[in-house]
Design a protein around this ligand. Structure first.
Ligand code: GTP
Ligand code: SPV
Ligand code: MN
Length: 582
């Protein structure tokens, strides 16, 4: 296979001249191709076959121990003008970045196969979808891209028809963390990644294309590329409302996307439909509503903490056709991670004999890769080229104190402030300290491909005549009591909060005005069948004016840090709320 598109052939040839691969393989995306890549990786030891009886067609991959998460300090946005990348990004000039990368790439694929991976982000016939080509020397990346995207011949056909595509060049290099860079050139619609084989650093369709490059493109084309799950909630009357939610990495998107409602809700006829668990592209439709697609075709989900109790849907989809990365192993070759109630690990994620004293069996950022179609709650609407209309947008983070279980924004501008002001405790999804509260606007701190000030303005611009925008909410499943225990049960019980939100959307639920937004009373939330006292619930719904005043001041300073480019409307909203809290 090759292509009739001259621009693509030229690029592939020029990359081959630079990187000097032994062979070039154009990926067609077939199952036969996937199987032969798996066979190859079983011989090289890149994959380990898991128990065929319990986990047919499942494999374990162990990444290099220093290559287990995204690396934000090595991720750059290379715009000609530094200001366009903004203080939210690390910046390098395109010329310097290209010089650095060319040096790293020179001859880096000698003796290796170079894979050319055409892919489409979104349903192949969707006007909202966008295509790219990733060149990589990692068969593990190819196998993951086949699960995570619409990869192969159909994507190539669309690329040939359209003529344009996002160029992603990836080499694992020698996996040396000192020679690792993830570079983005939004003005060239290109990505260059070197020295990592892990997740968002290497599967370039995901964070690099579908968020950093796409967010930049979306701004010029009038849409949004967001770090959000998309879920459909069907009520007992059979109406389905779609909700998109932005939580930072490892803060509950996959879990909310696959939520199983509590027993009583299921009996009443509530159902949950999964569209996406990580990325949402949305655009206003002719009726003024925002329509959303999931650009991905699979899930690259956090393993630890996933169990039948927390996420039975995820467990059900992990029994076949999945790739596990950096989990532990049981004696009979089943994958194992912390949080599973059964099974005993004998090997840890590095393949060492498991010893509790030398850390967890599974790396805290260990992951599974699986097709979205494996999910029991998979929605056929995921394939709808027009996307689904959103009724609500939810922001949220990990905050052990201050932030209530749920509140509603008064209007779009206030909602954009709520998103911009988001903060969360850091997690193992990126290297660096864990548990430190940092601002993470719209959960996009590591993913916005341009200046946050311009990004906030772009968000505000959707509120215009004729728009029929979703309501905006903020949630926090992670409040802790003085014993350090989570106060809210979370997981399936988050349905109770979703019900209140959707009843707010349809005008059937009550809310109280507070300076930070609209909150339910304890009796506005259904806690039937929940072992929770009203005092705890009241604490979860409390707004401490003094502490919130301080938070609002900090939010003001944060917005000011973006200088003149920060939109006045957000600052005015922040000042208004601060005055009410004073
Ligand atoms: P990325 O894939 O990194 O973007 O993460 P994500 O946002 O999809 O997070 P995910 O759903 O995988 O959850 C990450 C961790 O948070 C897991 O260990 C979950 O068990 C835990 N978690 C998810 N939802 C809840 C919740 O409602 N309450 C509590 N306490 N923990 C939760
Ligand atoms: C995240 O970190 O938000 C992820 C995992 O979804 S990765 O693909 O590595 O970015
Ligand atoms: Mn994510």
């Amino acid at each position: 296979m090759s292509t009739s598109l001259a621009a693509l052939n030229h690029w592939v040839e020029s990359v081959a001249r630079l990187t000097q691969p032994e062979k070039i393989h154009w990926c067609d995306g077939t199952e036969a191709e996937y199987n032969s890549l798996v066979d190859l990786m079983l011989t090289t030891g890149d994959l380990i076959k898991l128990n065929e009886e319990t986990h047919p067609n499942c494999y374990l991959h162990r990444s290099s121990p220093s290559d287990v998460a995204r690396v934000e300090h090595l991720t750059f946005v290379c715009t000609s003008n530094k200001e366009d990348a903004g203080s939210n990004n690390h910046w390098m000039s395109p010329a310097d970045a290209h010089a650095k990368m060319d040096e790293l790439y020179a001859g880096c694929m000698r003796g290796r196969t170079m894979y050319v991976v055409p892919y489409c982000m979104g349903p192949i016939d969707s006007p909202l979808a966008r295509c790219g080509v990733e060149i990589t020397d990692s068969p593990y990346v190819v196998a993951n891209m086949r699960i995570m995207t619409r990869m192969g011949e159909a994507a190539l056909k669309r690329i040939e028809r359209e003529g344009g595509f996002v160029k992603g060049l990836h080499s694992i290099g020698d996996l040396n963390p000192d020679r690792r860079f993830i570079m983005h050139f939004p003005e060239e619609l290109s990505i260059q990644s070197f020295g990592s084989g892990y997740g968002g650093n290497a599967l370039l369709g995901k964070k690099c294309h579908a968020l950093r490059i796409a967010s930049y493109q979306a701004r010029t084309e009038g849409w949004l590329a967001e770090h959000m799950l998309i879920v459909g909630i069907e009520n007992p009357q059979g109406e389905t409302h779609y909700v998109a939610a932005a939580f930072p990495s490892a803060c509950g998107k996959t879990n909310l996307a696959m939520l199983i409602p509590p027993e009583g809700y299921r009996q009443d006829g509530w159902k949950v439909w999964t569209i996406g668990d990580d990325i949402c592209w949305m655009r206003p439709g002719a009726d003024g509503r925002l329509y959303a697609i999931n650009p991905e075709a699979g899930f690259f989900g956090v393993a630890p903490g996933t169990s039948v109790k927390t996420n039975a849907s995820a467990m059900a989809m992990l029994n076949k056709d999945a790739i596990f990365t950096n989990v532990g192993l049981t004696a009979d070759n089943q994958p194992w991670w912390e949080g599973l109630p059964e099974g005993v690990p004998v090997k840890d994620w590095q393949g060492r004999d498991y010893d509790k004293a030398s850390g967890p069996a599974a790396h805290p950022n260990s992951r599974f890769t699986v097709s979205a179609k494996n999910c029991p709650s998979y929605s056929e609407k995921s394939e709808d080229p027009q996307g689904v209309p959103l009724s609500a947008i939810v922001f949220g983070g990990r905050r052990e104190s201050l932030v209530p279980l749920v509140f509603e924004a008064r209007n779009w501008t206030h909602g954009v402030l709520v998103g911009a002001a988001m903060a969360s405790e850091t997690t193992a999804a990126a290297t660096g300290a864990v548990g430190v509260v940092r601002r993470d606007s719209m959960a996009m701190k590591p993913f916005a491909g341009y200046n946050f000030a311009d990004y906030f303005s772009h968000w505000l611009s959707f509120d215009k005549p004729g728009a029929n925008l979703p309501k905006i909410f903020h949630v926090n499943w992670f409040r802790k009591n003085s014993d350090g225990k989570f106060m809210w049960p979370g997981f399936g019980d988050n349905m109770r909060v979703l019900e209140w939100m959707l009843k707010r959307v349809t005008g059937q639920a009550h809310a109280n005005e507070t300076p930070i937004g609209l909150l339910p009373n304890s009796d506005d939330l259904n806690i039937d069948g929940l072992n929770m006292d009203v005092a705890t619930l009241n604490q979860l719904l409390d707004v401490n004016h003094e502490a919130w005043y301080e938070e609002m001041e900090a939010i003001g300073e944060y917005l000011q840090s973006y200088g003149d480019r920060a939109p006045q409307a957000l600052l005015a909203e922040q000042e208004k709320i601060a005055r009410q809290l004073a």
